[in-house]
Design a protein around this ligand. Structure first.
Ligand code: NAD
Ligand code: GLY
Length: 369
């Protein structure tokens, strides 16, 4: 990628009838009035952020919103997956009610996937639904979590188990906000970028392999392409299956193993994207053992995840724990675990697999205790 190439602002539409909206992707979007034009503005704004991101960007967002809303309120939630829970969500409702916010109040989710999922769920529930805007500040949130309307909090017994489908009014992906993102978080976001290759677009998979170093160096044209292509693929899938009746489940490639890692270790030990990266390698191996995918996909994904800075060996958990955790996955039906598997590069399907094969995959990819 030519780093001198200026990044044009792009718009990717999410076509969902009266719930349609645009994803804006570019540089300098936080300070660009065009980012906010046309959004609901008559009443209050509440910027929902966290204690890490708010000091970096909340004042700049508040300055943009000041002329558009009656009041611009802010709340900074404690930072971390461990706080994606009912108690922390309650803080948002406390603030909205204590400040007398009405049903035209607009919530602005300024943060990564944790803030976005929680602010979106708060918006879905407050007074039975108020508008919200996603301003994702991590790569993972820009390529995945801010798009498509899945909102949720965790329960101690399962990840994202309490939630709602609720679409934002707009998503603003300002690539400049990624400049302050820690390297480990950028790598975690790359896992969700890589995901789109095997499930939907072999040429994009090739492109990621060729540009992984530029992406890790936060090269803006490379990031713009990665965010755009990821959002286009997600838009296509969500446009066909908003509420995950079938097709949308392919976006969970790597997540069945990955969620078991996250929940099994305790939220926050492995980053979500790290668990997804390792989970994709395991799901690719399961696909190969079932004769669906070429076995060469496994070392190829492993190598790319390693180059992206992601762990590729799963932590040691007892097999019974793995199975119990995966049975609790939202894709499970009647206690049967269903995996997202690759059936030829660029195509995914969802199906169960024999326990013995799953156990073999876990054994093959687990680090020695
Ligand atoms: P995160 O929200 O925890 O953010 C990662 C860390 O980076 C946090 O410490 C955060 O404070 C910090 N941070 C965020 N932006 C920053 C910036 N610009 N500069 C410096 N620090 C910054 O994690 P995440 O990876 O963004 O999101 C993971 C969450 O997203 C998980 O809870 C996962 O379940 C959820 N998710 C949801 C969907 C969906 O469709 N709704 C999809 C994928 C993931
Ligand atoms: N991240 C999976 C989905 O949005 O469906």
């Amino acid at each position: 990628m030519d780093t001198a190439t200026p990044v044009e602002t792009l718009r990717v539409p999410i076509k969902l009838g009266d719930r349609s909206y645009d994803i804006h992707i570019g540089c300098g979007l936080l300070g660009d009035a065009a980012s906010w034009a046309g959004l609901p503005a008559s009443s209050d704004a509440l910027i929902v952020s966290n204690t890490t991101v708010a000091p970096l960007y909340a004042a700049r967002l508040a300055a943009q919103l000041a002329g558009r809303h009656r009041r611009v309120l802010q709340i900074a939630l404690p930072d971390g997956e461990a706080f994606k829970d009912a108690a922390t969500l309650g803080l948002v409702y406390d603030r909205l009610l204590a400040d007398g916010c009405d049903r035209k109040t607009v919530l602005y989710a300024l943060g990564g996937g944790v803030v976005g999922d929680m602010a979106g769920f708060a918006a879905a529930c407050y007074m039975r639904g108020v508008p919200f805007v996603q301003v994702p500040t991590t790569l993972l949130a820009q390529v995945d979590s801010s798009v498509g309307g899945k909102t949720a909090i965790n329960h101690p017994l399962g990840k994202n188990m309490i939630g709602a489908f609720y679409q934002p009014a707009r998503v603003i992906c300002d690539l400049d906000l990624l400049d302050t993102l820690p390297e480990r978080e950028l790598s975690a976001g790359l896992a969700e970028v890589i995901k789109y290759g095997p499930i939907a677009d072999p040429a994009f998979f090739d492109w990621i392999e060729a540009n992984i170093d530029a992406l890790r160096a936060c090269d803006k044209p490379a990031l713009a392409h990665a965010v755009r292509r990821s959002c286009e693929i997600k838009a296509e899938v969500v446009g066909q299956d908003e509420r995950e009746g079938g097709l949308r489940a392919i976006l969970n490639f790597g997540h069945t193993f990955g969620h078991a890692i996250e929940t099994g270790l305790g939220y926050g030990q492995w980053l979500h994207g790290e668990a997804v990266g390792c989970g994709m390698v395991m799901a690719a191996d399961l696909s190969a053992r079932l004769g669906l995918a070429d076995a060469a996909l496994v070392p190829r994904l492993q190598a790319l995840c390693r180059r992206a800075g992601l762990p590729v060996q799963a932590p040691a958990l007892p097999l019974a724990r793995w199975m119990a955790l995966m049975r609790g996955d939202k894709k499970s039906e009647a206690g049967e675990i269903r995996f997202v598997l690759i059936e030829g590069l660029g195509h995914a399907l969802v199906r169960p697999a024999p326990d013995a094969l799953v156990a073999a995959v876990i054994a093959a990819h687990t680090a020695p205790a």
